[in-house]
Each structure stands twice: as C-alpha cells, then as structure tokens.
Design a protein around this ligand. Structure first.
Ligand code: SF4
Ligand SMILES: [Zn+2]
Length: 363
C-alpha cells in the first residue's frame, strides 16, 4: 500500500496522533484474567435489517487492539484503543467473552418473533490474526450457524486483512446467512481520508476488497465519517454527500454513516478541548442525506446511522435543548428503520438554533 504522505500537514496530524497515543498507552492498566473472560459490552435493540425492521445483537470483544493504532497511533477520531487489552489476549479468553454474551442472550433471541443481525466489534480488525485467531473465528461461525433467528452477521476489518482464506472460512461455516464485512473508508477523498483522518487506506485497495467480497458472495458495509476534523459544516456535507453518491454506484450492500463524536484520547478530543472542532449539527446530516440520496438509491442500498453520543456535547447535536435533539434523533431513527427520506422532514418543532446554524454553516 503506497500512500503519499509527504506534505507538512500529514506529518503534523500523524505526529500529533502518535504522541497522544503513546501517552494513552503508557498509562494503561493491565486487564485481569477475570475481565478478559467477559466482553467489553453486549446488547440487543431495534435495528434496520436488510429488508425489514428487526433486532441487532451486538457484542464488543476485548482483543489486543487495532494494529494501526498500536503501531502508528491510528485514526484521528478513534479512541477504541481505550477498550483494548494492548497485550495479546489468548484465544480461550476471547471464546469465553463470546460464549458469555451468547449464553446470556440466546434464549431471548430464540423466544422472540424478530429476526436478528449479530454484529461483532473488536475495536480493530476481526480478520487480523493477531487480534482474533482462525480457531476463534471458526468457533464463532459454528455458533452463528446454529441460531436460526440470526439471519445476518457483520463484523469489521481494515482492508489489508480481508483475504480469500478469511472469506472462504465464512462460506464454509455460514453459507446460508447474509454476511457483511464492515470497511472503514470514511471518505472517498484521499486527502481527507489519509491526511485529516490518518486512515492509511488507499482507494485502490478499498475497491479491491469490496470486489473480493462480491466475488465471494459476501456483502460489504462501508463506513463513512460525517465531519472529519478540519472541515466546517458545509465542507462536511459536501464530502459525505459525494462519498455516498460514489459508493452507491459500487457493489456494496450498506453504507453506515458515523457522525463524528469525541472519543477519549483521540486527536479530535484534543482539537475539541482547544476549540478547534465541534461535532456536526443534525441539520447538516439531514441536508447531506437529502442531497445524496433518492428513493431509488435507498431501494438498492441500505443506509444505517446510529450516532454514538447523539444529543450530547460529545456527539452530533444542534443546540443543547433536549427537545431539539430528541426530535432530530426520532426522525433519524424513523428514516433508518423505514429507509424513507420523507421522515427527515417530519419534525413538528422549530428551534431557535436553526438561525444560528445557518450563519455558522459556512464559516
Ligand atoms: S478507526 Fe479502525 S482502523 Fe482506525 S484506529 Fe480505530 S480501529 Fe483502527
Ligand atoms: Zn435547537
């Protein structure tokens, strides 16, 4: 993977991230064996499935953490390394984490009338053997195959770990479920992705990965970051809208939009503390969707958006009035559940912050 990382700005962002990350990693406590036998978190809630409204069952596994973050500081908005073990986690521990979440939830899933998507996150790459071994992946796949109500499965990985053998293993054990590999592209613009976000992913490698998935009849879910650092509201709308339009023409099944939130230990957090970054406004996100999407696109591609920290200072928000954010959150949820753009206009509340927003949108 060859990336053009020579200008001063690249060096500045990358250096800042490396320094911040080193500080975080130095102060990290060691996880006890007992903690390593339970996942970081797991939950179920309503989610848009491929063709209907159903439920998600999400499990966050604790692994050693993302290689890109451990070795090179990682991406400017990412603080996932805070949840990671930093040191190698034995396969037996990861299997215990997964089994714990499954055992606590399986009856609920089996007794429900809903279909489920199982989402596994490991704050890194599911296909990186240093985080999750092939033995663990096989254990997970066998379990998924046994639970009829789980009709979809998704995980995420950086492109460098998505290889033929990883996809073969999925097709061997779970050939009958809809599987999506989540890939963080963040933006179709190289400069934004690799300079402002420090993603270190080339567009050519991304295209190769989604084509590999498609050739293996495995779906892909593309993550886009809404409002990366160093972009104002208008630039964020333009960047994300052009990314959605371009990605919609590729062989992908889902686009998941992540409005940027302030994660602990990230470069974004540092910029936020020093008044050089504000999380996006809901108004911007809604305008972006209206600019980029049509009912035809929504028939072809599923759009997901479930922002972390929505309505709070660290997440996407308008003003901090509760009603203002609650109304926006409700419309966003309805839009995603029904894949229906008209839901974004059904807000029976006109907040005074709209005028302030119009003024600062392009500033
Ligand atoms: S966003 Fe993904 S690739 Fe980037 S540092 Fe975080 S876990 Fe690693
Ligand atoms: Zn408001």
């Amino acid at each position: 993977m060859k990336l053009n990382k020579s200008d001063k700005e690249v060096n500045y962002v990358a250096q800042q991230i490396t320094q911040l990350r080193q500080k975080t990693l130095k102060n990290r406590k060691k996880w006890s064996a007992q903690n390593l036998n339970k996942p970081v978190a797991f939950w179920t809630k309503t989610e848009r499935l491929l063709n209907e409204i159903g439920k998600e069952f999400t499990i966050i596994l604790r692994t050693r953490g993302c290689e890109w973050a451990l070795k090179h500081g990682g991406c400017s908005m990412c603080g996932y390394i805070e949840d990671a073990a930093i040191e190698n986690v034995e396969s037996s521990h990861i299997i215990s984490q997964f089994d714990y979440a499954i055992n606590q939830t399986v009856n609920k899933i089996k007794n429900s009338n809903d279909r489920y998507v199982l989402k596994i996150f490991n704050s890194g790459s599911f296909f990186d053997d240093n985080e999750i071994t092939s033995v663990v992946r096989e254990h997970i796949y066998r379990k998924i195959a046994e639970i009829r109500e789980i009709t979809e499965f998704s995980m995420e990985s950086r492109v460098e770990y998505i290889t033929q053998d990883k996809l073969d293993q999925i097709n061997q054990f779970i050939p009958d479920k809809h599987v999506e590999v989540g890939i963080g592209l963040e933006s179709v613009t190289n400069h934004i992705r690799n300079t402002y976000i420090n993603k270190n992913v080339s567009y050519a490698d991304f295209i190769e990965s989604i084509n590999l998935c498609a050739r293996n009849r495995i779906g892909s879910k593309i993550y886009l970051l809404f409002k990366p650092p160093f972009l104002n509201e208008q630039a964020a709308i333009d960047d994300c809208a052009s990314s959605i339009k371009e990605i919609s023409n590729l062989k992908v099944n889902t686009i998941s939009i992540n409005p940027c939130n302030i994660q602990k230990g990230s470069l974004i957090e540092y910029l936020w503390y020093t008044n050089r970054y504000r999380p996006p406004w809901f108004y911007s996100l809604f305008d972006c969707f209206k600019m980029a999407l049509t009912p035809q696109t929504l028939k072809k591609i599923r759009i997901l958006c479930d922002p972390s920290g929505a309505g709070s200072k660290r997440g996407i928000h308008n003003c901090l009035r509760k009603t203002c954010n609650e109304k926006m959150k409700h419309s966003l949820r309805e839009f995603v559940f029904h894949q229906d753009l008209s839901q974004l206009d059904q807000i029976d509340y006109d907040c005074v912050c709209k005028k302030k927003y119009e003024i600062i949108r392009s500033s």
